[in-house]
Design a binder for this molecule. Structure first.
Ligand SMILES: NC(=O)c1ccc[n+]([C@@H]2O[C@H](COP(=O)([O-])OP(=O)(O)OC[C@H]3O[C@@H](n4cnc5c(N)ncnc54)[C@H](OP(=O)(O)O)[C@@H]3O)[C@@H](O)[C@H]2O)c1
Length: 441
């Protein structure tokens, strides 16, 4: 496909229908998303929808077992990435996942002058800025719209619809597994372990769900959103992540007393030269947009200096929704290749210091062996650290040998609170470390 700009055309509405040749697309990875992408591309071709994209290669290890009768006979199947790197494909789709092989493939494709579309969040979170530079140096494009929030078009919106604003904050429910588990505990007050088992049985959580539960998945996505929306280079490992594992049904009872519920919230706020970033369970108002997100949906809110707040809601994962995001990226790249690449990264990337020292009200839930003087001991420690109690909540009916109760604190910094938490958790009546959640209002 030519990369020279098309001649100006006064009647240029359906540009794609006037193309002389389709953009040639090679797909690497024929799994859940790859298969769904191939299906859409083949159905578009059968339906003669636009002639913009033509699937030419499919590459997967041990490819024989992957072959499908619905794929046109002129598509070449291979288990060697060199086949697509040496082919005349214009765009390579990377859907194998993982890091090492995916990085090799993407670098190889960009160096060979091929644009790349990927859904690989770990790859982009770790190497996005470098890969964008490589794409730009080779006059290619790198698009990764499916890497955050699957089928929710938040990254394309950051690239086009919101790029005229100066964004200073992005917050989201970015992990469908956590949201499924938390909203199931909320709805039926079931134990955490039962909600996790249910999520695994329904295919919403992997057998080892640590990446989801402990925040690794969400912080990779937050790093990508910060790159695309706030134009900052931040490593996922520098983002503080808290696990949802300590959340219990009783926390939803106490949160409800405060007009709130609990969600895993990922936030990045740019303040002058510092980036505040944090991922973890947080109290949010029950009737707020975040509080209303149920099951495995994703929600992203952006805050801009000129345009204010904008919300994006939808399916954060799944073969078909993610494939829609991949094919949309393909169409964007195919359209723009004709007019010369439109790389990301025209804006300079900043590398701010990353902090998790959130200043907010806090929810502290204790589990104690009941005895006289507990509140007095806790209040003494809080007072010694200049921390103000807002409320004390204790629901009746619990066994006194394992009594959960809550103290909420007025606004203070996480760094100020941390030493007090350590002291309170070490008191002899404390059965386990105090659960501490920010209250985001
Ligand atoms: N699934 C989702 O809902 C979703 C949502 C958003 C983003 N994503 C991202 O999309 C990408 C693909 O996810 P997926 O769910 O489609 O994964 P998947 O079902 O595991 O598919 C991956 C495919 O790539 C093949 N493969 C893996 N490593 C390979 C290698 N080194 N060489 C050749 N082939 C290789 C696998 O072959 P085998 O069959 O032999 O394993 C499999 O067919 C990942 O980056 C993922 O994070 C997925």
């Amino acid at each position: 496909m030519s990369k020279t700009p098309p001649a100006p055309n006064a009647n240029s509405i359906p540009v794609s229908r006037e193309r002389s040749s389709a953009c040639r697309v090679a797909l690497a990875g024929f799994g859940t998303v790859g298969r769904a992408v191939a299906k859409i591309l083949c159905e578009r071709r059968n339906g003669n929808e636009d002639g913009l994209l033509r699937l030419t290669h499919i590459c997967n290890r041990n490819v024989e077992r992957k072959k499908q009768s619905w794929v046109p006979a002129d598509v070449a199947w291979s288990d060697d990435f060199r086949t697509i790197l040496q082919s005349d494909a214009d765009i390579v789709i990377e859907l194998i996942g993982g890091l090492t092989s995916a990085e090799e493939l993407v670098r190889g494709a960009l160096k060979a002058g091929k644009s790349v579309v990927t859904a690989n969040k770990q790859l982009i979170a770790r190497h996005g800025p470098d890969l964008l530079q490589l794409a730009s140096a080779n006059a290619c494009q790198l698009e990764f719209g499916a890497s955050v929030a699957g089928g929710v078009p938040v990254l394309p919106a950051l690239r086009t619809g919101l790029c005229g604003d100066r964004l200073h904050g992005i917050a989201g429910i970015l992990n469908g597994t956590c949201n499924y588990i938390l909203s199931r505990i909320e709805t039926d007050r079931i134990p955490f372990s039962e909600a996790l088992e249910e999520a695994q049985a329904r295919g919403y959580a992997e057998a080892d769900a640590s990446e989801d539960l402990d925040g690794g998945d969400a912080r990779a996505k937050l790093a990508i959103l910060a790159l695309a929306g706030l134009h900052v280079r931040v490593s996922p490992g520098d983002i503080h992540a808290r696990s949802i594992r300590p959340i219990e049904a009783v926390d939803f009872d106490y949160a409800a007393e405060l007009g709130c519920t609990i969600r895993q919230i990922s936030r990045a706020d740019l303040k002058q030269t510092a980036l505040f970033a944090d991922v973890g369970p947080s109290l949010v108002p029950a009737l707020s947009p975040f509080g209303r997100v149920q099951r495995n949906l994703n929600l992203v809110l952006t805050s801009g200096e000129y345009g204010g707040d904008t919300a994006f809601l939808g399916a954060g994962a799944g073969g078909d929704p993610t494939a829609v995001a991949v094919v949309s990226d393909l169409m964007f790249v195919a359209e723009s290749l004709g007019a010369g690449p439109r790389p990301h990264g025209s804006q300079q990337l900043a590398s701010p210091g990353v902090s998790s020292d959130l200043e907010t009200p806090w929810y502290l839930r204790f589990l104690v062996k009941d005895q006289p003087g507990i509140i007095a001991s806790l209040a003494a420690i809080l007072s010694a650290h200049q921390l103000n109690i807002d409320a004390v909540l204790q629901k009746p009916g619990f066994d006194k040998s394992a009594l959960p109760f809550v103290i909420t604190l007025e606004r203070c910094c996480a760094a100020q609170l941390r030493p007090a938490l350590q002291e309170m958790s070490a008191l002899p009546f404390a059965l386990r470390a105090c659960l501490c959640l920010p209250i985001l209002r």
